[in-house]
Design a protein around this ligand. Structure first.
Ligand SMILES: [Fe+2]
Length: 267
């Protein structure tokens, strides 16, 4: 092997490693935005909701500055956090989550529903109180009105029929925040026109140039409810690909996602 050939091989290998490292950083740390415009008869005037899901304690820059500025740039009327803001096994990222929630609450009203990870975290009580102190509305199987629309929130421990039906006893509730998308039939049966979910992390690894993911908890291999808008009866469900990771720390072809849902009156 000639010295020139050795030099070319080494420099090619180094360039390849750098490219892969940049690609992996970009895949896991650059925030993408997806916008959906949905019209409903109960919407009186345009409302922009920015959905933040499954942060799992992740910080995009120091104190989540990149995430917060990205949300602020969207100029939301309401910010909806759809669960798993922390990871179940650690309490150390609660401070990151609370700092982020507090900064988001300075941008627009924040509604929050817990996910399965909060339910298993021993620090959830502390987190819940901190969120309320930060000005976040915690929808713990309850409803609250913002911008003329009532939001309902399903606690991360309750995804069964009973809890959904109890919430829907109030017909003014139009938007359900529920962490898990694979209970779509229950949400539709309960009659919510719009549901915002996360949990599936976009299928974690996505097949390039397709919208197919490899795995999602609760759905198994090659899951279907991992992103986009899905319809079941009269219910539309928006699924965020989410921002962070849980057990498996790597996304492929599946950048972290902020979702903008723009609601407009039906003409
Ligand atoms: Fe999650």
């Amino acid at each position: 092997m000639t010295p020139l050939w050795i030099a070319l091989t080494v420099s090619g290998s180094v360039a390849g490693v750098i490219l892969i490292a940049v690609f992996l950083w970009f895949s896991n740390n650059s925030i993408s935005k997806t916008q959906y415009v949905l019209s409903f008869p109960w919407v009186k005037s345009r409302i922009k909701i920015v959905q933040v899901s499954d942060l799992h304690g992740k910080s995009f820059g120091r104190h989540n500055v990149r995430l917060i500025s990205s949300v602020a740039a969207s100029k939301p009327d309401v910010i909806a956090i759809t669960g798993d803001i922390i990871h179940r096994y650690t309490q150390k990222n609660i401070a990151v989550a609370l700092g982020t929630a507090s900064a988001l609450a300075a941008i627009a009203p924040v509604v929050y529903v817990s996910g399965n990870h909060e339910m298993r975290n021993k620090g959830y009580r502390f987190l819940r109180k901190g969120l309320i102190d930060a000005g976040v509305t915690v929808l713990d199987n309850s409803c609250a009105e913002f911008c003329g629309v009532t939001f309902a929130g399903l606690n991360g421990a309750c995804n069964k029929n009973d809890a959904v039906l109890t919430l829907s006893d109030d017909p003014s509730c139009k938007i359900l925040l529920a962490h898990m998308p694979h209970h779509i039939k229950n949400y539709a049966r309960a009659g919510y026109p719009l549901v915002l979910c996360g949990h599936a992390h976009g299928g974690q690894w996505r097949i390039p140039f397709t919208k197919k993911g490899v795995y999602a908890p609760g759905q198994g291999l090659f899951p279907k409810l991992i992103s986009g808008v899905h319809t079941e009866q009269n219910t539309m469900m928006v699924v965020s690909r989410s921002l962070g990771n849980s057990e498996f720390p790597l996304r492929l072809f599946n950048r972290p996602e902020l979702v903008e849902v723009i609601l407009i009156p039906q003409s």
